[in-house]
Unconditional design. Structure first.
Length: 180
């Protein structure tokens, strides 16, 4: 009887310190809009693509670090910069680093804050610089939710290109697999 109690205590201790899967690969999509002076040239549209992240953490920790790469393809409707085609086509790639924080007791949900660099490329020149390629900063806040230890749901609000090109805000939702 005492042996069974010791085994249960050790199993409970080990289970509470389980590492969560550190990697994720997700399909992502969402809405994007230019902001401020860039609202008219960029217009409003969608983005779709993929994200890959490395974010090691164990269940007893409340915070951890994260690195994420994303590539998103977009189509912007009502963009004044789209003079040749019916919409402005874009591709953006970003690499961000940041923190994940768990303010609640469940070990499967984390708030995120990331910053990094972003490359934006469009099929037509975007005013006022009349360029097609831009490099600048990007920042995001969001939520990571593990689903049954095999999948992850991401919801992010991103703002970029800080200091380097046309600025916009995006709501991106990703769903994908997690693993080592």
């Amino acid at each position: 009887m005492k042996l069974a109690a010791c085994v249960l205590v050790l199993a409970a201790t080990a289970a509470s310190a389980e590492p969560l899967p550190p990697g994720s690969l997700s399909l992502a999509g969402g809405m994007f809009s230019g902001t401020g002076a860039d609202a008219d040239p960029l217009g409003f549209g969608y983005r779709i693509g993929a994200m890959a992240a490395w974010q090691p953490i164990s269940t007893e920790r409340r915070w951890g670090w994260a690195v994420r790469w994303s590539t998103l393809f977009g189509r912007m409707w009502d963009a004044s910069a789209a003079k040749v085609s019916s919409g402005l086509l874009t591709v953006d790639m970003d690499l961000t680093v940041g923190l994940r924080f768990r303010p609640w007791s469940t070990p499967s949900r984390y708030l995120t804050a990331r910053v990094g660099g972003m490359l934006l490329r469009a099929n037509e020149p975007i005013p006022p610089k009349e360029q097609r390629a831009f490099l600048g900063g990007v920042g995001s806040v969001g939520l990571d939710q593990y689903i049954s230890g095999i999948a992850m749901l991401n919801v992010d609000v991103r703002y970029g290109l800080l200091g380097g090109g046309p600025e916009g805000v995006a709501l991106i939702i990703g769903i994908g697999v997690v693993g080592p």
